[in-house]
Design a protein around this ligand. Structure first.
Ligand code: ZN
Length: 235
């Protein structure tokens, strides 16, 4: 009986629709995990960048300190020379040299202070970032575990549905089942649709009266000429 076959196919399609939905959900899960990881990696990279910045500021400070030290040595050297100087002109020139070095050092000292303040500021920001990162790490772990549990749940549902499907399949005529599977593969979902009014329930195009009559007769399997789906007359 065609109607019996169609009734089983309707049941089968309900299962296939559910399977299609579940497989789609499952396929989206790895991207969910990936986006969690990406967000964590971004925070982690931001922290690394900040740590590198501290290092480079500290290097700059070290450079200034070495410069300051060598200029102070020079000042001392000139001050010793000052004691042995004979002419006024030489004395003034050396004094000028010392004053210049002292002015340089004042600028260096200010810069060193500024850099020290900058390091302190970045270090306190780093402390905050570390805290956020550790919170985020816990969150990512929890969310990932949740997604893994969801995947497992989906897989269990899929396996149950596949068993139900396997039980239904032997009751459908082989040729019809193959035809149904072929259409399903092409359309993704819905291989079997009802006639709705005068139209195909799949592609919604108006069917020729003869096709509608044939579907109403329920004595053979009818196919929509437009979308190639199997048609049935609704109960
Ligand atoms: Zn159609």
């Amino acid at each position: 009986m065609v109607q019996e076959q169609i009734n089983i196919l309707i049941k089968l399609q309900k299962i296939d629709t559910e399977l299609y939905k579940l497989k789609g959900e499952k396929a989206g899960k790895p991207a969910e995990k990936e986006s969690l990881k990406e967000k964590f990696d971004q925070l982690s990279q931001a922290l690394k960048d900040r740590e590198a910045e501290v290092k480079s500021v500290q290097l700059k400070r070290k450079e200034y300190e070495i410069d300051l030290e060598s200029k102070e040595k020079e000042i001392k050297k000139y001050q010793t020379q000052l004691l042995k100087i004979k002419t006024n002109k030489e004395y003034l020139s050396l004094q000028k040299e010392i004053a210049g070095l002292k002015a340089d050092n004042a600028v260096l000292e200010d810069s060193i202070l500024e850099l020290m303040e900058k390091v302190d500021k970045i270090k306190s920001e780093i402390a905050g970032q570390k805290e956020r990162l550790s919170t985020e790490e816990k969150k990512v772990k929890q969310e990932t575990e949740k997604i893994d549990r969801e995947i497992k749940g989906i897989e269990e549902k899929i396996s149950t549905l596949e068993k139900e499907k396997a039980e239904l399949c032997p009751d459908i005529e082989k040729g019809l089942l193959a035809q149904y599977e072929r259409i399903l593969k092409v359309k993704g979902e819905l291989a079997l649709v009802a006639v709705i009014g005068e139209s195909c329930g799949g592609c919604h195009r108006v069917l020729p009266p003869q096709v509608i009559n044939e579907a109403r007769m329920k004595d053979k399997i009818i196919i929509c000429d437009f979308c190639s789906r199997l048609l049935y007359w609704p109960q």
